[in-house]
Design a binder for this molecule. Sequence first.
Ligand code: FCB
Length: 459
Amino acid sequence: MTDFPSFPPGFVFGAATASYQIEGAVQEDGRGPSIWDTYSHTPGLVANGDTGDVACDHYHRYPQDVALLRELGVGSYRFSIAWPRIVPDGSGPVNAKGLDFYSRLADELLAAGIEPAVTLYHWDLPQALEDDGGWRVRATAERFGEYAAVVAEHLGGRVPRWITLNEPWCSAFLGYSVGRHAPGAREGHGALAAAHHLLVGHGLAVQALRAAGVREAGITLNLDHHLPATRSPADEAAVTRADTLHNHVWAEPILRGRYPATEEDTWGALITAQNFRRDGDLELISQPLDFLGINYYRPIVVADAPHRESDPARRVATDNRYEEVPMPDVRRTAMGWAVAPHTFTDLLVELKEQYGDVLPPVHITENGSAEDDETSPDGAVHDHDRVAYLRDHLTALRAAMDAGVDVRGYYVWSLLDNFEWAFGYDKRFGIVHVDYATQRRTPKDSYHWYRSLIAAQRR
Ligand code: FCB
């Protein structure tokens, strides 16, 4: 008999996806282009030239996907809204057909007894806004606030949990510093402005959500647990820089209304030379939240390293004097990511120590693993490694709760195999296998395991 970790009554089990990764139908019902359409259609940027044009065809197959969720027994489903379906040109007219799609989805979920949890921005910025400067400019944050108001007014009464941004670190730094995500810019300075404007956009969206009277508003950060390669002071200092950039540059403004004292060592004169931070921004950014969403996948081991970039204007983000080194003696997922579940406990416990009472209740809004799944002749997918990953991370999460961290929910990433950004369809994170040629969905062993874990809580 399998032993499942047990969670307190009311703990929310969920599954997560994101619009561009599953929907397809990119030209349907008035949707405008997003930066991910442009990026994925640029030769050489995404593995195999994959695009989200069809993806899992969820736009048409959502009733079937909601049925999978119902059968799974989750209490909540986290999905994101494609901004270019709602405001195809980034500003100006609202597209009623786009709103209707999410309205139908929300109703289908509610009818299945599943609470919708909406992410307003999971990276698919309307291309028109990128053409006007993207997140480098403040106007994009203002447009985001307006879009949030439209969506919240339409869906606010039916959607209890709202996430403004997903992983703004990725949007700012992968998008504008190293170009590994859309819009593919490699700019240094641009990424710092983007980081701040994303936070301003978050603040404006929270205002819009409050005005619409939603039950819970929060944000999702990809907080990382960094470990030093050695106990040398230089490597310990590298950990501080990495923690600053990945975690505190986001969590401190949001939770404490200030940028971290360590940012100068991380970014130096780059930050003081900027004029994009305005009086009053930090008050906007630090409005009280009902929860903090955290996405966690893996620990990162860092070592001190010299600047690789000689141009000071580009020294940002991935070039602030540390480099990632492999963690020894651990299994790696198909992403090459180290599997070390105890670091999940450590991250959460340290976060509680660092932020204390200003840390709101936590929802784990993503956790999961990409594995080299094989379909057996009977059609089943025996993804033992993913089952072990999920079991061990849920056990580690429970340990953090026992140590006093207030965690209210857990969303597995992902319901479906899907478009994994620059890796295209090569990397499969789903607990449901998708055959992209036929769009056939097959629940994997991990789906059945998660279903049993959820059912076991009710006993
Ligand atoms: C996170 C993203 C999500 C997915 C997982 C694997 O960074 O939020 O869309 O790609 O990683």
